[in-house]
Design a protein around this ligand. Structure first.
Ligand SMILES: C[S@@+](CC[C@H](N)C(=O)[O-])C[C@H]1O[C@@H](n2cnc3c(N)ncnc32)[C@H](O)[C@@H]1O
Length: 251
């Protein structure tokens, strides 16, 4: 098995006080700030609200067991759990994981680049709200997502509204305090993500509520792996604890 790509320690989101404070308060302001002063506003209020009709349309497309990568405060995990779906959120930020669990979802404090439950068996992976930017290396992230999905699994990704293809170094800021070291992030429009997704099968793209989405199917293989079920997820959370991480799961 190939080792997950290294994308550096996920310390920025995990340790940024402005992000944790915004999640606890349920509101911003919060931005990603580039060295040249450019600010990308982050929609904390929407992330902390319930899943809206645009989110629900994405969730309607999910197949089988769902892994929400960078689940944030957990509105999508909570909505899927309420629908009775098998779903796990992962996030490097403790405040995000805690909030997801409080909403009734299962969540694990873990980077997407670390070992995860159900590797190679997830039916669907979500990369929403700009999470295609995680790690700042879209090819590495797509490769990692392909390894998490079962062969022929579905990636549902939100892309930038503009046709951009940017690798940036940013810091998290609430416009008063800027926290931590700069970290790598990417912003991709749909055409750019399609360019990086060589070997993936485009399954559809759409725009709703001013947001853009792309569905990609991973390469299928002749052997079909057993899909993960809730028992498998929970038991692997119990047995696979990387040092320093505390899995949190709803039972
Ligand atoms: C742009 S925000 C998206 C928020 C989220 N999708 C929501 O619904 O609220 C990015 C999220 O990804 C998380 N994140 C960043 N790097 C990560 C990594 N390597 N693995 C997992 N999560 C990560 C951050 O902590 C943050 O919650």
């Amino acid at each position: 098995m190939t080792a997950p790509p290294a994308a550096g320690p996920p310390t920025a989101w995990a340790t940024a006080d402005p992000y944790a404070a915004a999640l606890r308060a349920g509101r911003g302001p919060l931005f990603l700030r580039r060295a040249d002063g450019w600010l990308l506003p982050l929609d904390v209020e929407r992330w902390c609200a319930r899943a809206d009709p645009v989110d629900r349309e994405v969730l309607d497309r999910c197949e089988g067991a769902v892994l929400d990568v960078g689940c944030g405060p957990g509105r999508l995990v909570a909505e899927l759990a309420a629908r009775g779906r098998t779903v796990l959120g992962i996030d490097v930020c403790r405040a995000a994981v805690d909030r997801t669990v409080r909403l009734g979802g299962a969540a694990l404090r873990r980077s997407v680049f670390e070992p995860l439950p159900g590797e190679g068996r997830w039916d669907s992976v979500l990369l929403m709200d700009g999470n295609v930017g995680i790690g700042g290396d879209p090819r590495a992230l797509l490769e990692r997502v392909a390894a998490l999905l079962r062969p022929g699994g579905l990636l549902l990704a939100e892309t930038a509204p503009e046709d951009v293809d940017e690798r940036v170094r940013v810091r998290l800021t609430d416009a008063r305090a800027t926290a931590g070291a700069p970290f790598a992030w990417a912003r991709l429009g749909t055409p750019a993500l399609l360019r990086y997704a060589r070997g993936w099968q485009p399954e559809g793209q759409w725009t709703a509520g001013g947001r853009r989405f792309l569905a990609l199917r991973s390469r299928s293989a002749s052997s079909s792996a057993e899909p993960p079920n809730r028992t498998a997820v929970v038991s692997s959370q119990r047995v696979r604890k990387p040092s320093g991480e505390s899995p949190v799961a709803k039972r």
